[in-house]
Design a protein around this ligand. Structure first.
Ligand SMILES: Nc1nc2c(c(=O)[nH]1)N[C@H]1C(S)=C(S)[C@@H](COP(=O)(O)OP(=O)(O)OC[C@H]3O[C@@H](n4cnc5c(N)ncnc54)[C@H](O)[C@@H]3O)O[C@H]1N2
Ligand code: MOO
Length: 424
C-alpha cells in the first residue's frame, strides 16, 4: 500500500484519514448481510404469465420429455433409409401428408410422407430429406443421394427427459427463464412471496420537486430514485414511501410503524456522526441491533445495516450518489438474500481506463463509468469523471456501471486494467 499525501478533498469531504480505521471492508459487510438475512419462508403459486421477475421457491421440472416426440426439423419428406436398396437414384410414392399438430400415418417399405417442420415423424421413418433435395413429381419423389439415418429429425427427449430439472429453486424469472418454464410445460409456479419493503427518506432540508422551496432547501433526489429502483423489481412490494424529519422522536414513531409492517426498511440520510443524525439513535431506541455501520467504500462510507426485530434495516447515506452506489452493492445483495434469489447478478468484467485515475489509498472507490469502445486488443475502454462527488447524480445517467478502484491503489495511468460492475 502506498502512502500518499492527502489530495484535494472530494465533494463530501469524507476522505479524512482519521475515520478510515473504524470502517470495515466491503466483503466483511456483505458477509454480515449473508449471515443474517434468510429468505422469506412464505410462498405463493402464480400462473406463469404473472411470474415475471419473481423468484422460484421450488425447482421447475419437465412435465414431459422435451421434445415430446420425434419430429421433422425441416420441410420435406419422411422415409425409411433401410428401404433404399442398391445405388440411387430412387423413386418413392408419396402416400401421406403430415402437417405440424397432426398425428402421422405409418410408412412401410419404399414409401415417403410429405412432412413439415415440427410435424411428428411417421412410424417406420428414420430420416427427413429437405424438399430442396428432391425432384417432386405428381405423386412421387425422386432422390439422388442416400439420406443418413436420423437426418433432419428432432429426437424425443433429446433436450431433456421427463422429470429433469429445468430451473433450480432461487432462479429469478426473466424472459429466458419464462421461456424455459413454458418449454417444460409449467403452468403454475411456486414462488417466494414478494418482499414487503418500506422507504423512509429523512432530512428537514428536502422538498419534493414541484413544491415551494426555501433558500436553504434542496430537491429530494433519493425518494424518486429509490422508488424507481424498487418499483422495477417485481419481487418487491413497496408498501410505503415516507419522508421523515430530523428528529429522534418523530423518526422513532415512523420507524416503529414501518418496521412493524415490512420485511425490509430502507432509510436514507441521518446516519453520519452529527447530532442532527437521528436515524441510528431512533433505531436503537426501538430495540434495533446494528450489524455494521461504516464501510471502507467511497462513496457511501456511513452505510449501515441492522435488524429491528425480524425486520432488516438498511441505512443508506443521504448523499444521492452514495445512496445509489450503496443500494447497488448492499441493497441488492440484501434483496437477493431475503428473496432467496440465487441468480447471478451482472457479471463483473475487466475494462481499461481511458483517463488517469486519482485515488488516495484507504477506501475502495466505485466510480460511475461509461463504456466508450474497445482498445486495439479488443478490451473494453471506460471513461469517468476525474473525481467522485457524493452529492452529484447529474452525470450518472450517462454511466453504464461502476468502476472499482481498489482500496490500496494509488494513482493509475490511462490504460490501467480495472474491474467494472455493469448496471445491467
Ligand atoms: N463529521 C463528519 N461528517 C460527515 C461524515 C463523517 O465521517 N464525519 N461523513 C460524510 C459522508 S461520507 C456522508 S456520505 C454524509 C452522509 O451523511 P448522512 O447519511 O447522515 O446524510 P445527511 O447528513 O442526512 O445528508 C448528507 C447530504 O446529502 C443530502 N441529502 C440527504 N438526503 C437527500 C435526498 N433525499 N436528496 C438529495 N440530497 C439529500 C443532504 O442535504 C446532505 O447534503 O455525511 C458526511 N458528513
Ligand atoms: O459522501 Mo460519502 O463519500 O462516503 O458517501
Amino acid at each position: 500500500m502506498t502512502a500518499l499525501e492527502p489530495l484535494a478533498p472530494s465533494g463530501c469531504g469524507c476522505d479524512r484519514r482519521d475515520t478510515a480505521g473504524k470502517l470495515i471492508p466491503i466483503d466483511t459487510a456483505l458477509s454480515l448481510i449473508a449471515d443474517r438475512a434468510q429468505p422469506v419462508a412464505e410462498t405463493e403459486t402464480l400462473y406463469l404469465q404473472d411470474a415475471r421477475g419473481r423468484i422460484l421457491a421450488a425447482p421447475v421440472v419437465a412435465q414431459a420429455a422435451i421434445p415430446p416426440f420425434d419430429s421433422a426439423a425441416m420441410d420435406g419428406y419422411a422415409l425409411a433409409t433401410s428401404a433404399l436398396s442398391g445405388p440411387g437414384p430412387w423413386t418413392l410414392p408419396v402416400v401421406a401428408r403430415g402437417p405440424a399438430g397432426q398425428p402421422a400415418a405409418a410408412l412401410s417399405g419404399l414409401q415417403a410422407s410429405r412432412i413439415f417442420t415440427g410435424a411428428p415423424l411417421p412410424a417406420g421413418a428414420d430420416a427427413v430429406i429437405m424438399q430442396e433435395e428432391v425432384r417432386r413429381h405428381a405423386h412421387s419423389i425422386r432422390i439422388a443421394q442416400r439420406p443418413i439415418p436420423g437426418q433432419n429429425i428432432r429426437h424425443a427427449a433429446s433436450e431433456m427427459p421427463r422429470g429433469a430439472v429445468m430451473l433450480h429453486e432461487g432462479s429469478r424469472l426473466g424472459p429466458r427463464e419464462i421461456a424455459a418454464c413454458a418449454s417444460a410445460g409449467a403452468s403454475h409456479l411456486l414462488l417466494r412471496r414478494r418482499l414487503r419493503v418500506s422507504l423512509l427518506v429523512t432530512g428537514d432540508e428536502l422538498r419534493q420537486t414541484g413544491a415551494p422551496r426555501d433558500a436553504a432547501q434542496i430537491w429530494d433526489v433519493n425518494t424518486p430514485m429509490l422508488r424507481t429502483l424498487l418499483a422495477a423489481r417485481p419481487e418487491v412490494d413497496l408498501i410505503a414511501v415516507e419522508t421523515g424529519l430530523d428528529s429522534r422522536d418523530g423518526l422513532f414513531l415512523q420507524i416503529a410503524e414501518l418496521a412493524g409492517a415490512s420485511d425490509l426498511l430502507i432509510t436514507t440520510g441521518g446516519i453520519s456522526v452529527g447530532e442532527e443524525d437521528h436515524v441510528k439513535p431512533a433505531i436503537l431506541a426501538r430495540g434495533g441491533r446494528i450489524a455494521f455501520s461504516g464501510v471502507a467504500i467511497k462513496p457511501g462510507k456511513p452505510v449501515t445495516y441492522g435488524q429491528i426485530g425480524s425486520t432488516h434495516w438498511l441505512g443508506l447515506p443521504g448523499n444521492p450518489l452514495s445512496a445509489f452506489v450503496t443500494w447497488h452493492l448492499f441493497g441488492q445483495a440484501l434483496l437477493h438474500r431475503l428473496t432467496g434469489n440465487h441468480s447471478a447478478g451482472p457479471a463483473r468484467r475487466h475494462v481499461v481506463t481511458a483517463d488517469p485515475v486519482r485515488h488516495k489509498p484507504g477506501r475502495c472507490e466505485y466510480r460511475p463509468a461509461r463504456c466508450i469502445g474497445f482498445d486495439p486488443q479488443g478490451r473494453e475502454v471506460v471513461t469517468f469523471a476525474a473525481e467522485t462527488h457524493s452529492a452529484r447524480v447529474g452525470a450518472l445517467h450517462a454511466a453504464d456501471g461502476l468502476m472499482l478502484i481498489p482500496a490500496d491503489a494509488a494513482d493509475l495511468p490511462p490504460g490501467a486494467l480495472a474491474e467494472f460492475l455493469p448496471f445491467c
